[in-house]
Ligand binder design. Sequence first.
Ligand code: SAH
Length: 354
Amino acid sequence: MYTASEITDLLNLPMFESDELFKTANETKINTVGNIVFTRALIELSNSCIKDCFYCGIRMGNKLTKRYILSDKEISKTIDYTIKSGFKSIVIQSGENSSTEFILKVEDILKQIAQQSNNTIRVTLSMGEHSDDTYKKWQDAGAHRYLLRIETSNPKLYSQIHPHDDKHSFKQRIQCIESLKKLGYQTGSGVMIGIPGQSDEDLANDILFLKNLDIDMCGMGPFLEHEQTPLFNHATIPLLKRFEFSLKMIALLRLAMPDINIAASTALQSVVPNGREQGILSGANVIMPNITPLHYRELYKLYKNKPGINQNIEDSITALSENINAIGHSLSLDEWGDSLHYKKEKLHISHVKE
Ligand code: SAH
């Protein structure tokens, strides 16, 4: 395992000297979790949010965004469509909403997915911080995995990009991640790369932090500006550098945690059209094609230049599959793609119990 200063050195290697890092990470992945790229059909449930994160386009304070939540009918159609398209894994992402109505709606959706698919689909939720009771309720209704990014492992930087109130507490976010783990969710976290004011040491510490947290999955990508947020025009690292750091962070995390699932984020694709494929070649093994009804995608806009806003799923899957084949991997729709790290841990726990 690299030390923080070794990671910092690797992050700063010029791109033309970084091939070895990407190659080793990709080989480590292939030897550990294989060359299959797992897909998760992504549904953006709602852009209503009670938070006011300074970087995010759907923050509560952004009065220019029209808010939506998918209706029961739209959800039912989307689930149907997901099953017919052959996906075995769904991610439902949303702005944060702690109302009872929302919590019950998510519970209903989970039950509906279980029923419509005969329990053949794995569901990941990504909807922010909630009480243990809510996480438990959703787990009982069929959620298997949860993604909650820490955004940065540096508490000081965290406080610079969030309002200072108890709705945006670094400690609380970590506690939620711990709760999810304790409940037995496959738990994911991750960070943004190139946040204004973020140093190389911060990024190196992020890798060590994620390793220490013992996550099962990771989603991370470049910080991208959104014109209707306070951090617009505050980037301190050029965009292509943020992209380069993102690929290196994927590679370094793969080397630190060979058996976890790592997503090649959509944010990578918004910087460079083949950004996700580059992410795969740097050690990622998951891609999340967007299946949100087309007219809502423009509204779930966390950052500018969000890709895939007008692309229907058939076209995007065909093209993606060809691109993934071209880089020596194969795209899988019909597998759960559980985290090997999580499966090993479960096995270990059941052995210890016996
Ligand atoms: N409400 C959920 C989901 C939030 S959106 C939650 O709190 O987890 C998912 C992720 O998008 C965030 O965790 C953040 O890492 C990322 N994101 C938001 N704004 C971004 C931006 N401007 N650039 C890059 N990533 C961003």
